[in-house]
Write a protein that binds this ligand. Structure first.
Ligand SMILES: [Zn+2]
Length: 572
């Protein structure tokens, strides 16, 4: 075996000990580590004061370099500039470079996650530095949003992706596989949130209805309406909607990039509009007047643009996210008892201002980075839509008018023309044309292991270097709960819940797409459908304070502790 990581670590420890004995440097070192660990209180320890409202905002896939890029292009200070607070370590249980599912799980539950897992315990743990932040594998983990709801707060989610996408899903549902939008989406409908503004209507409707994709026959839009939500689908409807419960689904799947909206999706609201409206609705809710509110906001598609190495999409949606931060901070300034925390889950694309090909970095003026990017009017996805089936003249016209590229080289023109004729994806062909003109570099089409910026505003805001998990734990503590008691309250394993009470239980899979936990005592039975919050018993439907969650990989079902009380009263 060659160079060993363990040996290096031991070597560093020994050196540190030597320094400790020999030098007063140790004190400085200890102070550094005390600060670097952040100020998250351990469960039960005294920490910062409670806060009434919490707004947690996350820009997906946003490493540090995105912020100066958009600041240059805006040509003015950003909203985040005045609230810069520190940085966050983002690694997961099984990778130094985390993905959206474990990244969001860490913030939402206070535990490091495994790739693909949505707020369930990590099942693959390879990173030593994650080992103290791991929950039992595959077990559903209570989230900040669930804790906030049980604390009496009004709760909401805003995102520009479909709401079932990994990050918003991790605050409102539990499943080992992020791609199961149907299971995640169903749990969200039964989660008891007050405001949901996002995309994703196709995952709520059955295949039998036009635009629907669900195979379980469930019409969750009908369920949403029956639960008292006003269901809105356009920005005009959103602008005038009132009431305590609002569900906005503005696109069948993800919403459009901010810069593309006018051209391709004019009925969709902007992220800042959704954020402002969500704050208006939540803060006016009687629950919030008494106990406050919790809002999670995701700028979802900076990450998507970065995966595509499209600088237009990054600039578009990070500027839009910064506008949304402005809306949240404005509210917090007026309110005085609102904590705003702004993070990312990881970097994506490894975008840099400056490239390998461009050696004269030390004389890079506005004509390069800023000039080309300010001419951009649509994303690469927009260019692709505009150029579908385009002839030569249109190619030149669109590249000049929408991307400011009036000097297309012959080879570039040929590449575009051929790709259109072959009906192949055009985005990968055009993005280097913009990146090279703007002197923007990329290191990957995937994620990066960057520490991400932490921004915060409000009473006793978090500052310094944090673990993503400690941000979650600290926000829980600021809202007056801890994840240990919350998990005990919301997720009791079926055997532990029912066997001591003399109940028997089995899973009815006669409808394979809608399994039901059946709990019996003698001849009386109760039915608890998976991914809902109800008990069907004695002809009644009794609502529970949390979800019935199947941990498929463990062949177990988890129920709120409250379900046992209900069943003891109902099953005679
Ligand atoms: Zn992500």
């Amino acid at each position: 075996m060659g160079f060993s990581y363990k040996l290096v670590e031991e070597e560093v420890m020994r050196l540190r000990c030597t320094i400790a004995v020999n030098s007063t440097l140790v004190l400085a070192g200890l102070l550094f580590f005390a600060t670097a660990a952040g100020t998250a209180p351990k469960d039960g320890a005294a920490g910062p004061k409670p806060v009434k409202n919490v707004i947690l905002m996350l820009s997906d896939g946003t490493g540090p370099e995105g912020w100066p890029l958009i600041r240059w292009i805006k040509g003015a200070p950003l909203n985040v500039d005045t609230i810069l607070a520190g940085a966050v370590r983002t690694y997961g249980a099984d990778s130094i470079i985390t993905d959206s599912a474990p990244g969001a799980t860490a913030y939402a539950t206070g535990f490091k996650g495994t790739d693909k897992g949505i707020s369930v315990g990590a099942w693959n743990v390879t990173i030593d530095a994650a080992k103290e932040m791991i929950a039992p594998k595959y077990v559903p983990l209570a989230t900040l949003l669930e804790g906030a709801r049980l604390s009496g707060r009004a709760t909401g989610i805003v995102a520009t992706s479909n709401v079932q996408h990994a990050t918003p899903a991790a605050f409102s549902s539990h499943w080992h596989d992020r791609s199961n939008y149907y299971e995640l989406g169903e749990q969200q409908v039964y989660q008891g949130m007050d405001v949901v503004l996002s995309g994703g209507s196709q995952y709520l409707l059955p295949k039998s209805i036009q635009g629907g994709k669900r195979e379980d026959g469930e019409n969750l839009v009908a369920v949403i309406k029956s639960k008292g939500y006003t269901y809105v689908t356009t920005k005009d409807e959103l602008a005038v909607v009132k009431g305590t419960k609002v569900w906005g689904a503005f696109a069948p799947d993800a919403m459009a990039y901010d810069i593309d909206r006018d051209e391709f999706a004019p009925t969709e609201p902007a992220l800042a509009e959704m954020t402002g409206k969500a704050i208006d609705l939540l803060s006016a809710n009687p629950k919030a007047k008494k106990d406050g509110f919790f809002l999670f906001v995701e700028g979802s598609k900076v990450d998507w643009a970065a995966h595509a190495n499209d600088p237009a999409g990054i600039v578009s949606d990070l500027l839009a996210f910064d506008e949304a931060v402005g809306a949240a901070v404005d509210f917090a300034k007026k309110d005085g008892d609102t904590l705003v925390v702004v993070v990312a889950d990881h970097g994506t694309g490894g975008i840099t201002i400056g490239t390998k090909e461009y050696s004269k970095y030390s004389t890079t003026d506005d004509d390069y980075v800023v000039g080309p990017m300010r001419k951009v009017q649509v994303t690469a996805e927009g260019i692709e839509k505009l150029l579908a089936g385009a002839d030569d003249q249109k190619i030149k016209a669109v590249m000049a008018s929408k991307w400011g590229i009036a000097d297309l080289r012959d080879a570039e023109f040929e590449a575009i023309s051929t790709t259109i004729a072959e009906k192949k994806p055009l985005s990968p062909i055009v993005v280097p044309m913009l990146s090279s003109r703007a002197r923007l570099g990329w290191t990957t089409g995937g994620h990066t292991g960057a520490d991400v910026f932490l921004f915060s505003y409000g009473p006793e805001r978090p500052i310094g270097l944090w673990q993503n998990t400690d941000i979650g734990r600290s926000l829980a503590s600021r809202m007056g709960f801890d994840f240990k008691s919350l998990n005990e309250r919301l997720f009791v394993e079926d055997g532990a819940a029912f066997t001591p009470e003399g109940f028997t239980f089995t899973v009815d899979k006669s409808d394979a797409t809608n399994p039901v936990l059946v709990v019996s005592r003698g001849a009386s039975k109760a039915r608890l459908p998976f991914s809902k919050n109800v008990v069907l018993v004695n002809g009644k439907t009794i609502e529970l304070e949390g979800l019935v969650v199947s941990a498929e990989k463990l062949d177990k079902v988890y129920v709120p502790a409250q379900a046992v009380k209900v069943l003891k009263a109902e099953l005679k």
